[in-house]
Ligand binder design. Sequence first.
Ligand SMILES: Nc1ncnc2c1ncn2[C@@H]1O[C@H](COP(=O)(O)OP(=O)(O)OP(=O)(O)O)[C@@H](O)[C@H]1O
Ligand SMILES: [Mg+2]
Length: 467
Amino acid sequence: MMRVLIVDDERNIRLSLQKYLILEHIDSESVESGERAIAYLAQESFDAVIIDLKLPGMNGQALLEWIQHQGISVPVIMISAHGHIPDAVQALQAGAKDYLVKPFDPAELVIKLRSLVEDGEKVSGNSPVPGKNGLIGVAPVMERLSAQIDKLAATDVTVLLTGESGTGKEVAAREIHRRSAHPDEPFVAVNIGGIHEGLIESELFGHEKGAFTGALTRKQGLFELAGKGCLFLDEIGEMPLPLQVKLLRVLQERKIRRLGGLKDIPLSARIVSATNRDLEAMVREGRFREDLYYRINVFRIELPPLRERREDIPLLADHLLRNLSSRMGRPKPNLGPEVVEKLCSYSYPGNIRELENILERALIYGDGRNIRPEDWGFPDPKAVEKREAPPFGEPPENPCLSSTQVPQSPGVITQESTALGSLEEIEREAIREALARCQGNRTKAAKELGISRKTILNKIRTYGLSC
Ligand SMILES: Nc1ncnc2c1ncn2[C@@H]1O[C@H](COP(=O)(O)OP(=O)(O)OP(=O)(O)O)[C@@H](O)[C@H]1O
Ligand SMILES: [Mg+2]
């Protein structure tokens, strides 16, 4: 029996279509939003999808793009309101197979469905191929960002990526490199905040044998290793002032010299920097050199917080879940519509990394088949018992919850918690575990928790943790 998915926010249309189709021996599921449709399409196979172009939240066009992006080969029929035919035509150009204009005769829909399915286009919704694009997102802001990347990737312009922690700055940097003229050259990422201050210079510029005590051999620096590729200077705001002067000189002169060396080596790599700090404020406060700021900020890309592109949450959740489960060597569990809805209602102060942490936690503590909201919080049963607020209620205004709430995910950590005696213990334990997993690397642990390096350093001090 043919099986189709109907995506329309008008309940009457969904119900009347379903009634009509069943009389024609066509099985159907219906959903009211693009987000819910994704949850279905990621798990189940359909012979065709009928999509209303005008949907609240993720619109029909975005859903069509998601289907294409995922490589799901299901024929799509678009439904457009009278007066919006140009949009339907645009959808055809984007890969939809056909369209109908409201109000339409359901018999016409059935004819179209039968002819499409007889064309032999069978869906394989269970095995979408991974997207070609590393930067997942169909929200308008992401489309604009992707177009910007396309433009600048063709040049060798210096780029500054800004945005909150976990918004995908590194993913964007890799995407710039991937779309550049030299994608086969190295992509070298260096976390300025993660290298011991005394070592940054020799890491970046390299050194000659005997340049300083301990320099037993000659070493190429990261600028050199990047060749004609890309050098990604992550957490550039952490760069100490004396080194900022040296970096400025390198960028001005496009040459580097190894420590203790005499020879100039031309700099061929593109420089992409990233920060989640307010560099302009740092410049005003004299903590970041203004001249360097202008050098690195030739082309600026601001990565939006996840809460400003909620329509991408189902896509990202699906993508992250696929990666996480394959890394764990497990089948990808189900992500039911209710779960998708819950995921979409949260504010994610730790952005995509926090979403990833939540899903990872759910995978570890879940039953292996389904992703369940009860597995999202802290695994400590005491903590779960003490939970007062629902795990995914109204998003908190501030990344730091009020003193009466408990953490909603590993990435949300309270500043001061007085209401719950054990909250500090839970937080301390979460940080201790993250540090252990990251072999004491505080920057990595902070990233994993979706908090800033500064916060983790404060917490380590407060809790007297050693790493
Ligand atoms: N558009 C995207 N598509 C797919 N995955 C993404 C996307 N953006 C981010 N991610 C995933 O989210 C996580 C965080 O991304 P990334 O490390 O690039 O963030 P970031 O902005 O560099 O964070 P930080 O400021 O903490 O360093 C990674 O696991 C990454 O794979
Ligand atoms: Mg990063």
